[in-house]
Design a binder for this molecule. Structure first.
Ligand SMILES: C[S@@+](CC[C@H](N)C(=O)[O-])C[C@H]1O[C@@H](n2cnc3c(N)ncnc32)[C@H](O)[C@@H]1O
Length: 454
């Protein structure tokens, strides 16, 4: 077993799923490395040794890869966000493409599925419509507002400029930080659970130019709240709505138990195809609006909607897919767990004059359980689960429903491959999948596939 702390020279050969690079020791043992790109020779330290693989950190690049470029962002080395900003964009795409094929083969046992060429973005920067920044009490007791440090979930660095959202977003971060410091409003300390400011969430409609500022704080009165509002609206006039969410929960998530709209309508809108969508502080909406259109477009092309289709849209979020599809099918039912998202979905359906859609709030698996007797009700299922994929019981119940058309949108090729294997064993064919790059510079991969019942 390789001794921890040992310094080794390695040739990097590949990239792994979690953004780490891959090399091999002289005896063939795999090493997953933080840093390094394929084609590089590096000097690395082994930081962890396990029976089947080692983990290491690159200290020095001895021979640089041709795939390496200079990262645009000054925070690149420190930030946990863009792990691949120093890898040419075309290479990022080709690694994502390869990872989809690898997952299907390794985890799904498929070797005949065509993996279409991944759909990339026109501009790999400025693509996010939502960013979440954290307040933090640093070791010297100073306040920070920014993003997580790479590899440290409990450390935040002060962000000056991020290239993923917009210049306005960067201005808002700087302004809020300065306001908090000048007015002595303490950041919430995750260790002591004292302090006030927890998160700053900024959402922007890429097509509508509307901007939401959502300040998530601890419970209690907002110190200098009136001044905050007056000065922010005066200085940052492009902001269209300001929201104050409060939470006393210990868990570190940017969702409030109570919400107070301080300014504007309490939501922003985004345009996808010819529909308008309201996005509220706590409801899910695809983070890359322009690529979301491509993703949904692929799903609709695969679906070939027909006027007789009765569609079940599982994990429907704010109802986007069903609403976009509704006028081409007989009817849609959306199922979603988060109350706020369901409220937004109903509002969005009304906003777009859609009447043949309804929404059910609850767990997908519970909804499917109730549906057992009415299995034939839906001809078409669209599934878009979170990264964990489908619960085995949900897979069973979907198979029992025997949908004629089954579309699966996934943000995790590993769980997609696992679930696809179950559908294949139950007699569904999956001829082709289409990966779509929603998150340049990160290792996240989105894909769509249509299953055909034999
Ligand atoms: C990847 S998002 C898809 C949203 C939507 N299809 C879209 O394109 O905007 C997954 C959604 O599933 C919801 N969700 C997570 N677990 C769930 C469950 N057990 N039952 C129902 N919905 C769930 C999340 O709240 C989230 O809105």
């Amino acid at each position: 077993m390789m001794a921890q702390g040992k310094i080794v020279t390695l040739d990097v050969t590949d990239l792994a799923f979690d953004g780490k690079s891959v090399a091999h020791l002289d005896d063939g043992k795999v090493v997953f490395l933080k840093g390094g790109l394929p084609g590089e020779t590096v000097e690395a330290e082994i930081v962890r040794s396990k029976p089947r693989y080692d983990q290491g950190v690159v200290h020095r690049i001895i021979k640089k890869s041709e795939l390496r470029i200079d990262a645009r962002c000054a925070h690149f080395e420190q930030c946990g966000g863009c792990t691949w900003q120093d890898l040419k964009y075309e290479q990022q795409l080709s690694y994502k493409q390869k990872q989809v094929a690898d997952c299907l083969e390794r985890l799904g046992g498929f070797d005949t599925i065509e993996v279409k060429e991944i759909m990339g973005v026109d501009d790999p920067f400025w693509y996010r419509n939502k960013m979440e920044f954290s307040f933090h009490v640093a070791e010297d007791d100073s306040m920070r507002l920014g993003l997580h440090e790479r590899g440290h979930f409990d450390r935040i660095f002060d962000l000056e400029k991020c290239y993923l959202q917009s210049d306005l977003s960067n201005e808002i971060v700087a302004w809020v930080r300065q306001f908090a410091i000048s007015n002595d409003i303490p950041a919430y300390d995750v260790k002591t659970h004292e302090g006030y400011l927890r998160f700053l969430v900024i959402r922007q409609g890429v097509r509508t130019d509307q901007t939401m500022v959502n300040l998530v704080t601890n419970q209690g009165e907002f110190p200098s709240g009136d001044t905050f509002l007056a000065q922010m609206t005066e200085t940052l006039g492009q902001i269209t709505t300001i929201i104050h969410n409060q939470t006393g929960k210990l868990s570190n998530v940017a969702v409030g138990e109570t919400e107070n709209v301080l300014y504007g309508p309490g939501f922003i809108e985004e345009q996808l195809f010819d529909c308008r969508f309201r996005i509220r502080a706590n409801s899910f909406f695809q983070t890359n609006s322009l690529q979301a259109e491509k993703l949904y477009g692929v799903a609709f092309d695969m679906l070939q909607p027909e006027a007789t289709d009765k569609v079940l849209d599982l994990y429907c979020g704010a109802g986007t897919i069903g609403i976009l599809l509704a006028d081409r099918v007989d009817s849609v039912v959306g199922v979603e767990l988060v109350e706020d998202a369901v409220r937004a979905a109903r509002e969005n359906a009304a906003l777009n004059g859609i009447e043949n859609i309804s929404f059910h709030q609850g767990h997908v698996r519970d909804y499917l359980k109730q549906q057992r007797s009415g299995a034939a009700e839906f001809s078409t299922l669209i599934i878009d689960p979170p990264r964990a994929g489908l619960h085995p019981k949900a897979v069973k119940r979907i198979i029992a429903m025997q949908p004629e058309k089954l579309i699966y949108i996934s943000c995790n090729p590993s769980t997609f491959a696992r679930d696809a294997k179950s559908f294949a064993q139950a007699g569904y064919d999956l001829p082709v999948v289409q990966p779509v790059d929603m998150f340049p510079h990160t290792m996240h991969i989105e894909l769509v596939g249509r299953f055909f019942r034999n």
